[in-house]
Write a protein that binds this ligand. Structure first.
Ligand SMILES: Cc1nc2ccc(C(=O)NCC(C)C)cc2n2c(-c3cc(OC(C)(C)C)ccc3Cl)nnc12
Ligand SMILES: [Mg+2]
Length: 344
């Protein structure tokens, strides 16, 4: 398994005219998952340009082109943790940076904004569609390598990210001065390791304190919290889209979970209910997920950045749809299949 891209593909991407990012593309309603796969690399370049990051950090176009193509190739063909997920997460980071203007307001430095965008592209590189606990239980190579550090998968995503930067002609940060380069690697590490669900759950308390004490933009730690908060919001952003779209994504997540559950059964171990296609009730699990993880995270975002409150309204509408679905589908289909919500 290796990551390689052809020179002519890099050249073609580097020379494509920058697609104009229209109003829909720049709005929170936009659903990036509908963009054809082959159009996504050019749009990533356009997002860097549109945010002024390409010129601010003197990022060479052909270098950014190669890095994006290598990252795209670094994702596996899975139901959920694939390039489409990475692209949609990156698109939401673009929306946050463009619409909430954290860099202009001094909530994030331009270096932190660049770190967020690049981390989104790479944050789930070479995911295998299984959880950290699965890696440890199955004693996989990745668990051998990283279980002592915890965050097994996230450590792997990080090493794959560094590998891209160390690949000839891919280091988009090559024109940063020494000090900024060191800071950049530190930020990327924080952000990518912060995408471990266990890490997120352990710092939710600190997010709420941040809301109570108020955000101090001169406080490095506050800005770091904001970065990992933004990253988690990006990672969860499919849930802030219109109902049919957010439901479609949820089904993909369970396709991956159930495949892991099937593998665990084959190994003779019992999967948790969320991963057991015989036991899981998706609407019920989605209500828990929105209650325990998504809503608390976006409520912090909404308290810190007023313009993000509109996203909470959409989340609450989607919550209501899952409630209706759970009432209609509390009893499973006669043949014991999983209830997929047909609500539109
Ligand atoms: C639609 C949707 N349903 C989900 C339902 C359940 C869970 C889950 O892991 N439950 C475990 C218990 C202990 C809480 C995750 C779900 N999920 C994620 C997701 C988020 C992640 O972590 C961050 C981003 C840091 C929160 C990491 C991995 C994934 Cl797949 N993305 N979309 C979804
Ligand atoms: Mg991840």
């Amino acid at each position: 398994y290796h990551m390689e891209v052809r020179a002519e593909d890099i050249l073609r991407l580097a020379q494509t005219a920058v697609p104009a990012l229209n109003e829909q593309f720049c709005s929170f309603e936009f659903f990036p998952r509908d963009i054809p796969d082959d159009e996504t690399p050019a749009l990533v370049l356009a997002m860097f340009d549109d945010l002024g990051l390409t010129q601010r950090w003197r990022i060479r176009r052909d270098v950014l082109a190669k890095a994006v193509l290598l990252a795209k190739k670094g994702y596996r063909d899975l139901p959920y943790h694939n390039w489409t997920h990475a692209f949609s997460v990156t698109h939401f980071a673009f929306l946050l940076l463009k619409n909430l203007k954290p860099m202009e307001l001094g909530y994030l430095t331009e270096l932190e904004g660049l770190a967020l965008l690049f981390s989104c592209i790479c944050h789930d590189l070479d995911h295998r569609g299984t959880t950290n606990s699965f890696q440890v239980k199955a004693d996989t190579v990745l668990a051998e390598l990283y279980s002592s550090a915890g965050s097994v998968m996230e450590m792997h995503h990080l090493t794959q990210t560094i590998r891209i930067l160390n690949t000839d002609g891919c280091n988009i940060f090559q024109n940063l001065i020494e000090e900024e380069y060191k800071q950049m690697l530190c930020l990327i590490k924080e952000i990518i390791l912060g995408t471990d669900l266990a890490k997120h759950l352990s710092i939710v308390e600190e997010y709420n304190q941040l809301v109570t004490t108020g955000f101090d933009k001169d406080n490095d730690y506050h800005r770091k919290l904001l970065l990992t908060l933004f990253m988690t919001c990006c990672d969860l952003s499919d849930q802030t889209k219109a109902w049919p779209l957010s439901k479609k994504t949820a089904v993909l997540v369970y396709e991956e979970f159930f495949t892991q559950g099937d593998q665990e059964k084959e190994k003779g171990s019992k999967p948790i209910e969320m991963m057991d296609r015989e036991k899981a009730c998706i609407p019920k699990l989605q209500l828990q997920f929105l209650d325990d993880i998504v809503l608390p995270t976006y409520k912090v975002l909404g308290s810190l950045m007023g313009e993000a409150r509109v996203l909470i309204d959409i989340l609450q509408r989607n919550y209501a749809c899952w409630q209706k679905a759970s009432e209609i589908f509390t009893s499973r289909w006669p043949e014991g299949g999983v209830s997929i919500c047909i609500l539109e």
